[in-house]
Design a protein. Structure first.
Length: 455
């Protein structure tokens, strides 16, 4: 079973915003990172132009004003040159285009609104109940659009729900009006940043801790104006010890980037991420005994696999190779255990079952890069941090230095290239926060970066 979030920790730095979702036992459930120069486009809405049709896949490529065209699947009744309104539903990754849809959904915290539809439905992952029935009845009296009830709606009053619905409808009307007047490809609605997505999508049982003053003020205003169920949960973190070190997030993040995960019974999970699929091998390790011991080991692995899929944000086709079992009943139990463990995932998941070769196949909805894809080198996703990840960490460290002297960073050339290239704005902001420039000295002999005060 996927464990609910207790606390959300948000760390703000010039190069990136990082967020950790923790459970009630202080374990890391999810981790997000958004670089200031490379933000997600998911949720943004564009007026675009069809530039090419792909007859083989029945899709189309749409110019939305970015460097690369976006891909529209199932592009029926569109022609080259046609202007269309589309919403990004998946970021581009590994050289592949961003994916868009012609049926945009406006997401609030309490409701989702799709103008080109009809009816009321519950968000994925939770079923009916008395409160759900009450909310659905109120919304069923509305006359247009498809409305999706989100979990936080069950904890607030009717007036707040209807107010958000009115806001979403008004926003859609404004987008339609803007689309009819624009003559070229343009962004009608930018994507929400990571902080806004956290407020919109997460349900912390306890607190939201933020260490950046400006973002704290922005979040507080958003909560006060729009999200009454989050009032009293936001806290400004102002201790000297960095928030991720104080909470142990840094120590918990490292294992999530490793290829192997050790299990308590002596077995281990081995994760391999490729372009085509994700493979997970359950290695028996020191597990010994008869069929029942193997069954217990495989059953225990299913729960950990579910947690790791969510934490690592692994998606697409996923193939699991369990410890071999010949008993059909045991195989069925194992597949059912995986379905139970992953059932509360907020991504679309389909556990297809076990094939003739004894492999479990499943699919999970893709939403951006995996954790390793964001933080590690792309070549084979080896457990070596990327230059941008190291550079962002260097800037955080520089901001924590105290004392007289000029701040100097001696770094490998690849780190210097990242700071002078995609992270140049973050480097400039660091200098402003320090009140002096951070001097970058490339050194080919250095394997690790070092920042210090020079008198």
């Amino acid at each position: 079973m996927v464990i609910a979030t207790a606390d959300i920790l948000v760390e703000v730095s010039p190069a990136e915003v990082r967020a950790a979702l923790m459970d009630k036992d202080g374990e890391l459930v999810k981790f997000f990172v958004e670089r200031t120069h490379r933000q997600s486009l998911v949720g943004s809405i564009y007026s675009g132009r069809v530039v090419a049709l792909d007859r083989a896949s029945d899709g189309a490529f749409i110019d939305i004003g970015l460097t690369e065209t976006a891909y529209l699947p199932r592009a029926k009744n569109v022609t080259e040159g046609q202007v269309v309104v589309v919403q990004v539903v998946r970021d581009g990754w590994s050289g592949k285009s961003a994916v868009v849809t012609r049926t945009p959904v406006l997401q609030g915290r309490y409701l989702g609104y799709q103008a080109r539809g009809k009816g009321v439905q519950a968000e994925r992952g939770f079923g009916k109940g008395r409160r759900m029935t009450e909310v659905a009845k109120v919304l069923g009296e509305q006359t247009s659009g498809r409305i999706t009830i989100r979990r936080p709606a069950l904890k607030i009053n009717q007036d707040t729900i209807l107010r958000e619905l009115a806001t979403l409808r008004k926003l859609w009307e404004a987008l339609v009006s803007a689309a009819t007047t624009c003559k070229s490809t343009t962004c009608l609605l930018p994507a929400p940043d990571l902080v806004m997505r956290l407020l919109r999508d997460q349900m912390p049982a306890e607190e939201i801790y933020v260490d950046g003053r400006e973002i704290f003020i922005t979040m507080k205003k958003m909560i006060d104006d729009h999200y009454p169920d989050l009032k009293g949960k936001l806290e400004f973190y102002d201790r000297k010890s960095p928030i991720f070190e104080e909470s142990g997030v840094e120590d918990k993040l490292a294992p999530a980037l490793e290829r192997t995960v050790a299990l308590g019974n002596g077995s281990r999970l081995i994760f391999d991420e490729t372009e085509a699929l994700v493979s997970i091998d359950i290695d028996s390790g020191s597990v010994s005994g008869g069929p029942d011991s193997v069954r217990r080991a495989n059953m225990a692995a299913m729960g950990e696999i579910a947690k790791q899929l969510i934490l690592r944000n692994l998606a697409g086709l996923i193939v699991i190779d369990p410890i071999s079992m010949s008993n059909r009943g045991h195989r069925k139990q194992m597949v059912n255990a995986l379905r139970q463990a992953i059932r509360f995932d907020d991504h679309a998941v389909d556990v297809l079952g076990m094939g003739p070769a004894g492999l479990i196949e499943m699919t999970r909805q893709r939403s951006g890069l995996s954790l390793g894809g964001q933080l590690l080198k792309q070549a084979q996703l080896s457990a070596t941090l990327s230059a941008e990840t190291d550079a962002a960490a260097l800037l955080r460290k520089a901001l924590r230095l105290n004392g007289p002297g000029r701040q100097v960073a001696v770094v490998p050339p690849k780190i210097a290239a990242a700071l002078e290239g995609p992270l140049k704005d973050a480097l400039a902001q660091t200098g402003q926060l320090l009140g002096q420039g951070l001097e970058i000295r490339p050194d080919e002999t250095k394997k690790m970066s070092d920042v210090f005060l020079e008198r």
